[in-house]
Write a protein that binds this ligand. Structure first.
Ligand SMILES: NC(=O)c1ccc[n+]([C@@H]2O[C@H](COP(=O)([O-])OP(=O)(O)OC[C@H]3O[C@@H](n4cnc5c(N)ncnc54)[C@H](OP(=O)(O)O)[C@@H]3O)[C@@H](O)[C@H]2O)c1
Length: 326
């Protein structure tokens, strides 16, 4: 579901790369894309318009067509006997729906009643890196500022940054369409709508989803989410306070062995994670690991990951792999 979008496209790529055992595949998008043909495993398949009858004979639904489509159509998929891995925010905080990052809480997958939710992209990369530290020293508080790429908001936003960059360099007038302001050569400290508490919905997602995935409602999280003129991969400056003291060296050691993490932390050689290093890669990159000298037990780190891969399609396909092997 949503196969013609940024995440949907990546679903096809990763299913091929990981040789996911597919007997038959159905490509679903809106009425607008009906009849378009997309290649999968060397064969062309037509895109079909999503309807309530789309799910007959389907075992697994990978869904990335937005929250309202998930709310409307996934119950029909479940009724038809499919297990759904949903990338939208529709069911993430619903009681009884597992919200899963396999490296952190993969054991929750089996609790599903037809729908498993894939977390928000910025949350996924943060918890993959923080979970091993939490297990070693118990994280009490997280302060995070994100630097989120435009692809996190879908394919149209990627085109908007491209077009605005060309206009900017040609010294022509820019009229934002997709973003509330110019995004080329600018930063926008707003992702999603503002809520009554003056935080954005994206920031509140990071708070609630982190607690649910890490299974610890007492973790305090403060997030500031910023859209930056980068095409792919989100970056995050993260500061944590732990219950037990842990040194930067210990964190580096723990993370160098952690599933799904690659440590790039050699400041003397100017080696640290950057979006251009994360793009197209599966691992969550972590670097700039250092003691926070302003508190007793604090660590600061820099986390970068491809938002379309680990932040969406890859995480969902890892969940689907567990569905069929467990
Ligand atoms: N991009 C990310 O990094 C990321 C990360 C995590 C989660 N997500 C979530 O994944 C979902 C999709 O994101 P995206 O970035 O791939 O967006 P996108 O590039 O805008 O793609 C949206 C997809 O949804 C389909 N769609 C829209 N309206 C539809 C309708 N009425 N019926 C059926 N299909 C419809 C579109 O089909 P047409 O082409 O036919 O319009 C397209 O395939 C969103 O819920 C988003 O929050 C995205």
């Amino acid at each position: 579901m949503g196969v013609t979008g940024a995440v949907g496209n990546c679903f096809l790529k990763i299913l091929e790369e990981r040789e996911f055992p597919v007997n038959n595949i159905k490509l679903l998008a809106s009425e607008r894309s009906k009849g378009k043909k997309l290649k999968f495993n060397g064969k062309l398949y037509p895109v079909e318009a999503l309807t309530h009858d789309s799910f007959k004979g389907v075992d697994i639904v990978l869904s990335s067509a937005g929250a309202s489509r998930s709310l409307e159509f996934l119950p029909s998929a479940v009724k038809a006997g499919a297990v759904c891995v949903d990338n939208s925010s529709a069911f993430r905080m619903e009681k009884g729906v597992p919200l899963v990052v396999p490296e952190v809480n993969g054991h929750r997958i089996k609790e599903h009643k037809g729908i498993i939710a894939n977390p928000n992209c910025s949350t996924i990369q943060m918890v993959v890196a923080l979970w091993p530290i939490h297990k070693a020293a118990r994280i009490k508080r997280i302060v995070v500022s994100t630097y989120q790429s435009v692809s996190g908001a879908g394919q149209k936003k990627v085109i908007e940054l491209w077009e605005q960059s060309k206009l900017f360099l040609a010294k022509k007038k820019i009229d934002p369409v997709e973003f509330p302001h110019q995004i080329a050569f600018n930063l926008i400290p707003q992702i999603d709508i503002f809520l009554e508490n003056a935080y954005t919905k994206e920031e509140v997602k990071m708070v609630n989803e982190t607690r649910k995935i890490m299974g610890d409602e007492s973790i305090r999280v403060n997030a500031t989410c910023v859209r930056v003129p980068v095409f792919y991969a989100h970056s995050e400056s993260v500061n944590i306070e732990t219950e037990k003291h842990i040194s930067a060296d210990e964190v580096r050691h723990i993370l160098s062995k952690a599933a799904g993490v690659k440590v790039i932390d050699d400041p003397a050689n100017k080696a640290y994670p950057m979006p251009i290093l994360a793009e197209g890669k599966d691992d969550v990159l972590v670097g700039r690991i250092r003691q926070d000298e302003s508190v007793e037990n604090g660590i600061s780190l820099w986390i970068v990951s491809d938002n379309i891969r680990k932040g969406a399609a890859l995480n969902a396909i890892q969940i689907a792999e567990r569905i069929i092997t467990h």
